[in-house]
Design a binder for this molecule. Structure first.
Ligand code: IYR
Length: 225
């Protein structure tokens, strides 16, 4: 080891041991809860207390990350003017995607979901959480260093964010208008912050419908060897 490196520092692990009964109960509860989550595209404009969004982002911020660099930034958009600009820019890009950029195969996949270039939810949902991936950091001397495993790290954090929001009774949509560069510009983020996903958050509209799709069975997704 290079002697200029900092030494490791350890503290005792806080770990709660559960009884097997509790483990089963909690496992069943979380499975039931998350099995009820559906991606929502039809939002109500009903407001959500900012405090709930803060708690969800704090929860996402507990995610593990490469070299503990925590390479994420969650920009919470509630300003109607910004939401409108984001909608307009997203719809422009999405129009191009649906009318030429996406392959026939891809469009066939999306047909059953009923998506198109119209994105009213970007203005209707009370919040848009725009998640950025920090791809590098620069120190005081101007030297830059990449973040490590940032795609994986931010992906895990987003999973935890969606879980936290669903657990507090909020509806979410993982939206990836493509390309997403306009989010960097509209939200004035630095170049090392790369848009990762845009998540409208709120309540479903009354009578909201979702696509009739099925999840794969356990046997299809898991193999024990
Ligand atoms: N980004 C587009 C298209 C789209 C792509 C996938 I992959 C989806 O699962 C759903 C939509 C849109 O948001 O409409």
């Amino acid at each position: 080891m290079n002697s200029n490196f900092p030494s490791p520092r350890f503290v005792p692990l806080q770990f709660r041991h559960l009884s097997e009964t509790q483990q089963r109960l909690r496992a069943d509860e979380l499975l039931r809860l998350l099995n009820e989550r559906r991606t929502v595209r039809d939002f109500s404009d009903r407001d959500v207390p900012l405090e709930l969004i803060e708690k969800a982002v704090a929860t996402a911020g507990t995610a593990p990350s490469g070299a503990n660099m925590q390479p994420w930034r969650f920009v919470v958009v509630r300003d109607p003017g910004l939401k409108r600009r984001i909608r307009e820019a997203a719809e422009e890009e999405e129009y191009e995607s649906y009318h030429g950029r996406m392959s026939e195969k891809w469009l066939r996949r999306l047909a059953v979901l009923g998506t198109d270039e119209h994105k009213p939810f970007l203005e209707i949902a009370p919040y848009l959480i725009v998640v950025f991936r920090i791809n590098s950091i620069t120190d005081e001397t101007g030297e830059t260093e990449p973040t490590y495993y940032s795609q994986e790290s931010v992906g895990i954090a987003v999973g935890m964010l969606l879980t936290a929001l669903h657990n507090m009774g909020l509806a979410t949509l993982t939206h990836t208008p493509s390309p997403m560069k306009f989010l960097q510009e509209i939200l004035g983020r630095p170049k090392n912050e790369v848009p990762f996903v845009l998540i409208p958050v709120g309540y479903p509209a009354d009578g909201a419908l979702v696509p009739d799709i099925k999840r794969k069975a356990l046997a299809e997704i898991m193999e024990v060897v």
